[in-house]
Design a protein around this ligand. Structure first.
Ligand SMILES: C[S@@+](CC[C@H](N)C(=O)[O-])C[C@H]1O[C@@H](n2cnc3c(N)ncnc32)[C@H](O)[C@@H]1O
Length: 263
C-alpha cells in the first residue's frame, strides 16, 4: 500500500460532492484545463456510444461520484443504466439530480455540449429526461471487492463504464490490477469495458482536502486490462491535464476493451 492512501473511510467522511463539482465541472470559464478535460471525455464518449458505436441493454457506471456527464452519450445506446459509488453523499447527489431536487447540481452547460456533439444542442432538456428514464438504480459499490456491488447481484452486463475513479480507489498497482478483474467479472463475455484514467496522478484536491491516487503509466494500464481478460479495441492517449494545483496528472487515457469470449 502506498503511503497516505485515502481509503474508503476518508471518502465517506470527507469527499464533498459540491466541492468536487465546483472544481471539476463548473464548465463556465471557457477554456480552463478542467473544462478541457470534461470536453475530452465527452468527445471520446460520443465517439464510443454515438452512431455506429457500442449498443446493448445493460450498462453500469462504476465510481460515478456525483456526476452524470459520463452517461449522456450512453443513454442513447443502452436502455438500462446503473450508477454506483462508494459514498452515501455521492449517491445522494445523484438522486437529487435524478429527482429534479432544486438543490441538485446544474448540468445545463454540459448537457448542451453533449447534445451539440450529437448535432442538436437545443435537445438538452429532452436528453436530461431520457437519462433520468434510463437510469434504473443507484447502488453502493466498492471496486476492491470481488463483487463490487455486494450484497447486490446483477446479471452480467453488456458494458461497464468507469471514468476517473479506479486510480482514486486503488492503493497500488497490484490493487488496480485486482480491481480491474473485479470490474471484468461484472461483464458478459464479449461485453465492453470503457474507461478513462488520468496518468501519473499522485493526488487531487477536493475543496481543501487532498485525496491520494495510484500513479499509473499508460503501459501499466494497458497490461492490467489485458491481464484482466480483455482485448483493447481502442486507446486514445492525450497530453490533456488538469491544473497542477488541482490534480497534477500527466495526460489521460481513454480505452475501449472487450472481454474475451474464452480463457
Ligand atoms: C475523482 S472521483 C470520479 C467521479 C466521476 N466518475 C467523474 O468522472 O468525475 C473518484 C470517485 O471514486 C469513488 N471511490 C473511491 N473509492 C472507491 C471504491 N473503493 N469503490 C468505488 N468507488 C470509489 C469516490 O467516491 C469518487 O466518487
Amino acid at each position: 500500500m502506498e503511503r497516505n492512501f485515502t481509503g474508503p473511510d476518508e471518502y465517506q467522511k470527507h469527499f464533498m460532492p459540491k466541492d468536487y463539482l465546483a472544481t471539476y465541472y463548473s464548465f463556465e470559464c471557457g477554456s480552463s484545463s478542467e473544462t478541457e478535460m470534461v470536453k475530452f471525455n465527452l468527445q471520446c464518449l460520443h465517439q464510443t456510444f454515438g452512431p455506429g458505436g457500442l449498443r446493448g441493454k445493460t450498462l453500469i457506471d462504476v465510481g460515478s461520484g456525483p456526476t452524470i456527464y459520463q452517461v449522456l452519450a450512453a443513454c442513447e445506446a443502452f436502455s438500462d443504466i446503473t450508477l454506483s459509488d462508494f459514498t452515501d453523499r455521492n449517491r445522494e447527489e445523484l438522486q437529487k439530480w435524478l429527482s429534479k431536487d432544486p438543490g441538485a447540481f446544474d448540468w445545463t452547460l454540459v448537457l448542451k455540449f453533449a447534445c451539440e456533439l450529437e448535432g442538436n444542442s437545443s435537445r438538452w432538456q429532452e436528453k436530461a429526461e431520457k437519462l433520468r428514464a434510463t437510469v434504473k438504480r443507484v447502488l453502493k459499490c466498492d471496486v476492491n471487492m470481488s463483487n463490487p456491488l455486494a450484497p447486490v447481484e446483477l446479471p452480467p452486463m453488456d458494458c461497464v463504464l468507469t471514468l476517473l475513479a479506479m486510480e482514486c480507489a486503488c492503493s497500488s498497482l497490484a490493487a488496480y490490477r485486482a480491481a480491474l478483474c473485479n470490474l471484468a467479472s461484472l461483464l458478459k463475455p464479449g461485453g465492453h469495458l470503457v474507461t478513462s484514467i488520468t496518468l501519473q496522478l499522485s493526488h487531487y484536491m477536493v475543496g481543501k482536502r487532498e485525496f491520494s491516487c495510484v500513479s499509473l503509466t499508460k503501459e501499466e494500464v494497458e497490461q492490467a486490462i489485458l491481464d484482466a481478460g480483455l482485448d483493447i479495441e481502442q486507446l486514445l492517449h492525450s497530453a490533456q491535464s488538469y491544473s497542477t494545483t488541482t490534480a497534477p496528472n500527466k495526460g489521460i487515457c481513454f480505452i475501449v476493451a472487450r472481454k474475451r469470449l474464452g480463457p
